[in-house]
Write a protein that binds this ligand. Sequence first.
Ligand code: HEC
Length: 107
Amino acid sequence: MQGNRLVLSSVVAALLSCSLVAAVAQTQPMPPVPAGRLLASNCFQCHGTNGKGPGFERLAGKSSLEVYKELKEMQAGGEGQGLMTKHALGYTDAQLRELSQWLSTQR
Ligand code: HEC
């Protein structure tokens, strides 16, 4: 019985170390995600990946100030049809600047 336990625990230990090695081997170093892109990723489902369409208005190619101003107007409820107002309201002013700045780097 003792011997069986010993065999079993070494098998478990061997399996564990195998899966650890596999997990380490699968971990690729990920390039850092710019904060602006992370914040803007919420927009991609409607405005296309990286704001490049297809979908609603293309965001790529607009200036940072243009996107920022439109989002501020939407926050105030003065522009858009409610859908964008809800989305814009989820961000702080600093976050809107950050994501607008990042979107403006997309062509
Ligand atoms: C659920 C879909 C949806 C999501 C998510 C969404 N949008 Fe929109 N967006 C729209 C629609 C629809 C319009 C056009 C109608 C309107 O103005 O309400 C629009 C319009 C805009 C406009 C005005 C474009 C123009 O040329 O007038 C900007 C700027 C914009 N969105 C930016 C964003 C940003 C930035 C995000 C992410 C924070 C985002 N949107 C997320 C649907 C969406």
